[in-house]
Design a protein around this ligand. Structure first.
Ligand code: GDP
Ligand code: FE
Ligand code: FE
Length: 199
């Protein structure tokens, strides 16, 4: 299915909406995740249009004010504990509500992959893994370990998911930041796929 079939309008119109919503730096990252998601989708036999659209949209809600997410938690009757987290967790987990409302996306697989792009999940679909990994390895990313993550992504999505999650947890603990329980569940589910020589 084309972007237009998912959205009811074409990619050029979508880009106008994205430009109005996020900074040009953020949009450049989202476009890079779109490209990387499409490439991984072709490599792993996943629908590349679907992966591209999910990748392009994944950070749509990242610049929303906190109150937007706090209101969603109340309106949707979600666990009040979610309010103790912050934008880093909210823009992923709750981004789909904003994307569905403002862009008219209804495809559940796309919305789930966006919900899981930051903290992952124990049983991710191929599409979920692709968006999660593409977010980490897209070409403009430049941090220690990104080269290893790119090599692993060529070999197996599961090993790349495991490596990315291990690195994220190490980063969070070094900074003294709290780890969302789903992030630990992702690590526990995928750490068996970590090559022993990855570090
Ligand atoms: P980005 O939106 O493209 O920058 O990437 P992500 O959505 O993957 O991550 C956004 C931020 O959330 C990063 O700084 C991550 O380190 C952070 N993050 C990822 N998992 C967790 C978690 O479990 N807890 C907390 N507190 N932050 C997390
Ligand atoms: Fe994100
Ligand atoms: Fe991102």
């Amino acid at each position: 299915m084309t972007y237009e079939a998912y959205l009811g309008y074409d990619r050029a119109q979508l880009l106008e909406k994205l430009q109005a919503k996020v900074s040009s730096k953020r949009l450049a990252h989202m476009l890079a995740v779109e490209e990387t998601s499409k490439r991984l989708a072709r490599q792993y036999g996943v629908d590349s249009e679907k992966a591209g659209l999910a990748g392009l949209l994944h950070d749509y809600a990242k610049e929303c004010p906190d109150q937007v997410f706090l209101d969603i938690i109340d309106r949707e009757g979600l666990d009040q504990d979610l309010k103790n987290w912050g934008n880093n967790v909210w823009h992923g987990l709750l981004g789909g509500y904003v994307i569905a409302a403002e862009l008219g996306v209804t495809d559940q697989e796309i919305l789930t992959s966006i919900a899981r792009h930051t903290v992952g999940a124990a049983g991710m679909s191929q599409l979920d893994k692709i968006v999660y990994v593409a977010d980490y390895i897209e070409p403009t990313r430049n941090f220690p370990g990104v080269e290893v993550a790119r090599l692993l992504a060529d070999q197996s999505l599961e090993s790349a998911v495991a490596y990315e999650t291990a690195k994220t947890i190490a980063y969070l603990t070094q900074k003294g930041l709290p780890i969302y329980p789903e992030t630990l569940a992702t690590y526990n589910a995928y750490c068996p796929y970590l090559p022993t020589d990855a570090y």
